[in-house]
Write a protein that binds this ligand. Sequence first.
Ligand code: AMP
Ligand code: MG
Length: 329
Amino acid sequence: MDKPKSIPIGFFLAAVLMVGLGLAVLTRHGRWDPTERPRTFSWPALGTVAEFSPRGWDGAAARDGVAAVFREVETNLSVFVAESAVSRLNRGETVRVATNSPLAEVLCLALKTAEASGGAFDPTVNPLMRAWGFRGGTPSVPSPTALSNALGRVGWRQITLVPDANGMLRVSAGGAELDLGAIAKGYAVDRAYDALVANGHTDFLLNLGGNIRVRGSPERGRADWNVAVRDPSGRHPPSPLPRPLKNGEAVATSGSYERFVEIDGRRYSHIIDPRTGVPVDNGLGSVTVIAPSAMLADAYSTTLFVLGRKAGLSFLKGRPGCTAVFCEP
Ligand code: AMP
Ligand code: MG
């Protein structure tokens, strides 16, 4: 009988390496299970519902990271958290923050949007929100005096951000009252998105109260995400966006149907026109904006809801990657 030939150790190691690599590739491409429905984690956050849907991977641990980011943004920016930077500014304090802090990043886009929209978007609408009863008490139409007092306290130009010698910013509200509710949720989604990407995650959807951002693929063999928009009246099923979302894109919807107060049987939208002090009533039910980031989509959908269709479309001109959908009530 022939003596069995010995296999050179180098050949043996190369074979093990190749099988291992092959298995790794198979696992990467075989991880999508076509019979498995995407798993969506959902929980309350920033006064609304947060959703995180990892596609083709187990996101249980990553979900905790997303929740932590949302909590951090809320602790910094919510008007409902007494010790948030926003509440401290509203009490007249000057707040010192880093240039990459939630307050500085959100204020930067909020003030730019306020200027570009001629004040249709204004992060200092809080006195008007209070006057109409969105901050507690019984909602009522404010008297002309109460309305003009509230209007007199609204004005984004009063906010100042001054760099100090240590590369920090000194922020003051200058007597105005901040309300970042039109932009903070989009910002929170972007922060969570960046954290997931930095941790190497590729395929997922994030949704914070209608502020959505997608990454990678929704399922095996598909690159685009089909996202639907709710009908403002709730009478019709959700309708699809004019185009699917691509990797990294975001979408947000602002509408009168989601939050409102009812006064004498009439509904008043939670989005107020800072130029008149009156809740927006321009014949629109909702505006949806697709944009390259969730913070842009959030800021712009609120802006376009105030501006209306014609002025809204001209606002979007020259803003690459942005598309708007206007819905009747
Ligand atoms: P959104 O749902 O993103 O459209 O934001 C609406 C929220 O933004 C409201 O509940 C208010 O807190 C705030 N807000 C209302 N009107 C305005 C406005 N004209 N500009 C900026 N923020 C506003
Ligand atoms: Mg918004």
